[in-house]
Ligand binder design. Sequence first.
Ligand SMILES: *[C@@H]1O[C@H](CO)[C@@H](O)[C@H](O)[C@H]1NC(C)=O
Ligand SMILES: *[C@@H]1O[C@H](CO)[C@@H](O)[C@H](O)[C@H]1NC(C)=O
Length: 366
Amino acid sequence: MVAFHRSSRARSVVPALASLGLVLGLRHWSGPAYAVKGTWEGAPATLKDGEFEAVLKGLEPSVSLPPITFKREGLSLSVENGHLNADYSTKFGAAHAFQLNVNDEHDWRAGLSTADASLRVRGHGPSLDNLFWEASQSGRADEVGDVQLDFNSDKEYNLTVTQDMLGELLGAKFGAKVRSTNAGVTGRLEARRQLPGHAALSYSVENPVGVYDVASSAHVGELTVPVLGGQAGLKLVHENSADSYQGSYSRKIQGGQAHVKASYKGDALGYNVSFGRSLEDLLSVDAGVHVGADEDGVYGQLTARRHLGEGVDAEYEAKARAHLGGEAGKPELAHALKLSNKLGYAQLLHGSDASPRLRVGYEFNA
Ligand SMILES: *[C@@H]1O[C@H](CO)[C@@H](O)[C@H](O)[C@H]1NC(C)=O
Ligand SMILES: *[C@@H]1O[C@H](CO)[C@@H](O)[C@H](O)[C@H]1NC(C)=O
């Protein structure tokens, strides 16, 4: 965070802007009220040993000052993190807008925009030495497609031409995007085709900026097919002279969702099989379970949430992961129980690699 800058200039800007606000009769202000909060975290034994000092120290309220904004007819004054900002914006004509922002450290930004062009300038103080500007212009040219040009005061530019519908050939739709920049040109050609039975096939080829041989381009082919009430997918990627493959299948089963994924990249085979299900219909609490296996081992997660009455809610979460194969060690286990109401909460956390921790806290808006 930037420290509050107390130069004489800053001090003179603040009352000037404030009196401007008074002259304009700014009355509307928004923003949340003061947020008051405190937390303490430690081993539960601390409470037994009578070390209340640390606990009370942690629970001392910390008050965060709210951001305040005054707005009227395009002018807005706001204080955020101890800094004053003034914004002015106005619309003229049908689609023209002008915006100016100044803060108490003399940083300023101005912008002019229309429906298809914009110019943004930023600087510091009255000097024009560190001026930075960026402009953009967009439009549509018949036969060519959507054209967008971005350029800035560092002489960097991007000219992007996008044509989603280049044409149709043998039932496949073709689209293309070409970007020209200081370092060269990059292009992407994509073909999409619907197949019988709601299956879809897509293929794209894209060259890295400024590299024009086909062998260095990235090729991605993807096929999705509805199978047995689920969705099967196959993806082939050729990038940086290496091939990778990924197959997946996902479907609803036994009131939950099952996912199967297998991939092959370099010489490594990867997989991830999982099943997630809400338990609401079995237990009368809002609970869910997720279990699975991947190349690292097996994992599982259980969550449950319940309203205990009198405005108190309870939340429980347990997570486990066991590594299999070479570096099989002890399984990692972690669980947490949280009780909360409108004013505060108490949470007990316990994991297999750490001693139990108790966390208490409160938070409210004054
Ligand atoms: C051009 O596009 C690249 C990639 O999207 C982006 O990182 C860069 O900032 C753009 N340059 C300009 C001048 O807009
Ligand atoms: C497998 O899926 C689970 C849950 O979706 C995720 O947490 C885990 O990181 C995945 N494993 C790999 C190796 O990507």
